[in-house]
Design a protein around this ligand. Sequence first.
Ligand code: NAD
Ligand code: GLY
Length: 362
Amino acid sequence: MEKLTVDLKDRSYPIYIGEKLNAGELIREALPKVHTVLVVSNETIAPLYLKSLQESLEQQGFSVHACILKDGEKYKKVESYMQVLTAALEAGLSRDGAMLALGGGVVGDITGFAASTYQRGIAFVQVPTTLLAMVDSSVGGKTAINHDLGKNMIGTFYQPRCVVADIDTLRTLPEREVAAGLAEVIKYGIIYDRAFFEYLRERQESLLHPSPEVLTSIVRRCCEIKALVVSEDEQEHGLRAILNLGHTFGHAIEAECGFGTYLHGEAVAIGMVIACRYALTQGALSKDEVRAVEELLKACHLPVASPAGMDSDAYLKHMHHDKKVRDGHVVYVLPEKMGQCRTFKVSDEEMGEFLKKNICVG
Ligand code: NAD
Ligand code: GLY
């Protein structure tokens, strides 16, 4: 088992990564005084993993209640959040109880938001079961639900007490979801670690079916980078924005095509290609580097082309709803070189021209 720490002074917390983890024991260590917990999961994940988590928690003396949400990004909304709060009240959860998120990023984001607001905030723990949640959403304390007018528009920064990433759970994850997680994995190479990008390229033919050793080492490296970034800039006043490479374009694609048409990771994959091609026009990346990014994404069965018929106006319209808009300007995360990114303001005229010439077809 690997143990990393997100260093946030008195709110620091461990991330455990490994196979066949004793979740109950690790969660007991993080929540020594808690008696009652509400496990939030969904109708797909609960039949697979709730029983074993519940038994492991009960062995540690926890009294366990469960709240099972509907499955899907389209349920990441206020009704599901209310369902969690109702379940917490019905379970008699008090301020010294805790919520546990057993699932992917959708369950994790809703549960974190519910925990941060229930009785002004109670403890919570992330038990991620998707690759994307293990390498990204379970770490760092961003919580959210969607609004009809925008993704993740309602949320908080609220850190978990620990993260328990058991890579055994990934055995049941559909291949398309593994691929979506790999998009975020590749992101870490582009934004922070050129050597990690090369490590992924060397294994690109087998990344969709990695050995447990490779998977553990991938999850560990991503969590190390995320923990470093979050420890330095918890609330995204600067550095943390680099974690959003490809997300501004990706969110526009998700909104234009309807949430759920593209998985989050798939939209981010296309968004990263757009960001890298823009970087090419600025001389920040070479043609070979952009080709390497596209080949790696394709090898992971990820899309790299902008949705047919999505024009530059559609991108710009959605990108103006982004949380990174400053003084009316969209702020983009763009590579400065392979393994390093930062934010840039780009005018609508310039971005519109680039998109028309280089990205939008049909
Ligand atoms: P998800 O939570 O929808 O899970 C993907 C699918 O896999 C779902 O159908 C789920 O039921 C199923 N599933 C989960 N674990 C499984 C398992 N072990 N076996 C079989 N099926 C399983 O999607 P996701 O990709 O995990 O997360 C995407 C969400 O995360 C988006 O809402 C995104 O906005 C959010 N996100 C948040 C952050 C953050 O920092 N908070 C970062 C990145 C993404
Ligand atoms: N996924 C982006 C962040 O956590 O900041």
